[in-house]
Design a binder for this molecule. Structure first.
Ligand SMILES: C[C@H](O)[C@H](O)[C@H]1CNC2=NC(N)=NC(=O)C2=N1
Length: 92
């Protein structure tokens, strides 16, 4: 079950370069080319399935615009932080 994300978690997202709003966090990832962008999306997809927590994303060529929010609660939860951290790790 997901828990509402506390201020510490919100600060961690901000420090990692995410734009944190009341109910969502957004970040744009830029890669060297489309194949690297899509490969990253494929890796993230596997992680999202394991977490049962999925991003909202928009890919154009080498950029991927990501929005994280928890649909079940209509806000940010610890699952969003966990997925964000895994996305950042996979992009590094
Ligand atoms: C039925 C399914 O388990 C739920 O819809 C899961 C799937 N992935 C999800 N992803 C996100 N971002 N938020 C959710 O609330 C969510 N719920």
């Amino acid at each position: 079950m997901s828990n509402p994300l506390d201020q510490t978690g919100r600060d961690a997202l901000t420090e990692a370069g995410w734009t944190v709003e009341e109910a969502k966090a957004t970040k744009t990832f830029t890669f060297r080319n489309f194949i690297e962008a899509f490969g990253w999306m494929t890796s993230v997809a596997m992680t999202a399935e394991k977490l049962n927590h999925h991003p909202e994303w928009f890919n154009v060529y080498k950029t991927v615009e990501v929005t994280l929010t928890t649909h079940d609660t209509g806000g940010l939860t610890d699952l969003d932080l966990k997925l964000a951290q895994r996305m950042d790790a996979l992009a590094s």
